[in-house]
Design a protein around this ligand. Structure first.
Ligand code: ADP
Ligand code: MG
Length: 442
């Protein structure tokens, strides 16, 4: 239950994801190492093995402070007896003569091979590859920044996996900033600073994820500064990620900010349509899923925010097709994705935010948009904002009219039709609307 509530509070897993995949898991047994989870279908097992297992291990570690080995069984597939036999088997098979000194906490799926290169991540990928081939020598520290779900963690761990593959004796450690902070606090509370420092300084490659969470934590920042210096002075490689630039992280001390500038900072931006389609193709292939090219493009056009959502969409489509025993068609896809789109954006976006963002975008005011002026420089943005209000929210036409300073719903539908028609031929307008959608969503 503790693990489930961690999943529930993780923004990466929305309600649908939670209810579909995580909620139905039932704990069967836990012997201090192996944790057996029972799942309702093969599909669930598949999904847990591919998508959730590393988070599960991470959460279990946070709660128990030990490594927990999850095992997934599908309901009705195994008798309780064969279950225990399986576990025993598992133990024997996995008995390693000597545990590595440091568990790197890497997800084995996060490799360069599985990373699709495209516009938006090309530079980051090249830098990651260079560092993995020559850790501590080329870009130190290497820093990736960009919004959530764009592959920062994947790329960072790919470096770790590659370094370990080339040199199994290398000491690689992946930690979230949260984990680093917790370890630090634990060390202070239990007078274990020496162990803490030893653990974080005897490392060849430190991967530290989401350092925006260092914001407003001065003590942890100090300790991180010391860790950083100790590693750096010994030519050990440091790779970091954040959702923004260091100087945009609230109260990050100047000395840390300036340290981060010693190396290379690369941003990762959202994949374009082509890259999204390529990522989908790669994911579908690795899951043995047969999907038509045109359907791939359709999915890629529907899900345009980040890669994690693309993965979620594909998993839902797969589940739908399996449960309904139907082939994957455009209809099935749009049915499968409808709640995702409803849930995700419609709740957060209001005509108000659309009006504000559109006004900003066109350098006019929200008042202009809500007003009655009939000059072109205002009419067009007004129509675009109406169009977007209908596209991106669930508000009724009259309600949208109200938000636009009490306009009639026929005005809204007229604007909607007009823009809908224009975007089919006007590329500039289409691009502008794409940009606006992105601005509104974020
Ligand atoms: P971030 O750390 O930036 O929030 P993640 O690294 O967790 O993003 O990526 C989210 C998911 O998307 C992961 O499952 C990752 O494997 C996948 N992903 C992101 N970018 C790519 C890519 N270029 N190719 C293949 N998979 C990707
Ligand atoms: Mg991440």
């Amino acid at each position: 239950n503790k693990i489930k509530s961690k999943f529930r509070t993780d923004p990466k897993y929305d309600n649908i994801n939670f209810n579909t995949w995580i909620g139905p898991a039932t704990p069967i047994s836990y012997d201090g190492n192996v944790f057996v989870l029972e799942l309702p279908t093969d599909l669930h097992r598949d999904y847990w093995e591919k998508q959730l297992v590393s988070k599960f291990i991470e959460y279990a570690y946070e709660i128990t402070q030990t490594d927990v080995t999850p095992k997934f069984v599908v309901k009705g597939e195994d008798t309780p007896d064969s279950n225990t036999a399986n576990i025993r088997d598992f133990h024997n098979k996995n008995r390693v003569p000597e545990r590595p000194r440091v568990d790197p906490h890497l997800n084995p799926n996060y490799t360069f091979e599985r990373f699709v290169i495209g516009q938006g991540n090309q530079m980051a990928h090249a830098a990651a590859l260079a560092v993995s081939e020559d850790p501590g020598k080329v870009y130190n520290p290497l820093f990736f920044y960009g919004r959530v779900g764009l592959g920062k963690t994947h790329l960072m761990q790919a470096i770790g996996n590659k370094v370990l593959a080339a040199n199994p004796n290398a000491i690689v450690k992946y930690v979230t900033t949260e984990k680093f902070t917790n370890d630090f606090i634990d060390a202070i509370q239990n007078s274990k600073m020496q162990e803490f420092r030893k653990m974080y300084r005897e490392i060849d490659l430190l991967l530290i994820d989401d350092i925006q969470f260092l914001a407003n934590k001065e003590g942890t920042q100090d300790e991180f500064f010391n860790t950083f210096n100790a590693l750096y002075e010994n030519n050990k490689q440091i790779v970091m990620t954040a959702d923004r630039l260091p100087n945009e992280i609230n109260s990050l001390t100047d000395r840390l900010v300036s340290r981060f500038k010693w190396g290379l900072s690369v941003d990762i931006t959202a994949p374009d349509l082509e890259t999204r389609a390529a990522i989908l193709r790669a994911k579908a292939k690795s899951e043995g899923l047969e999907v038509d090219g045109s359907i791939m493009s359709y999915i890629a056009s529907q899900i345009d925010s980040n890669v994690r959502e693309l993965e979620g969409a594909l998993a839902r489509i797969k589940a739908f097709a399996d449960l309904k025993q139907e082939p994957i068609t455009i209809d099935l896809v749009s049915e499968a994705l409808r709640p995702l789109k409803l849930d995700k954006e419609r709740s957060a976006i209001t005509p108000e935010t659309i009006i504000k963002t559109t006004a900003n975008h066109f350098h006019i005011t929200a008042k202009d948009i809500k007003g009655k002026k009939r000059v072109k420089a205002i009419v067009v943005p007004r129509q675009i904002a109406m169009y977007l209000s209908r596209e991106l929210t669930d508000n009724s036409l009259p309600k949208i009219g109200d938000a636009f300073g009490g306009k009639d719903h026929t005005t809204v539908i007229h604007a909607y039709d007009k823009i809908s028609e224009k975007v089919t031929t006007d590329i500039d307008l289409r691009n502008q609307i794409e940009d606006l959608k992105n601005e509104i969503r974020h």
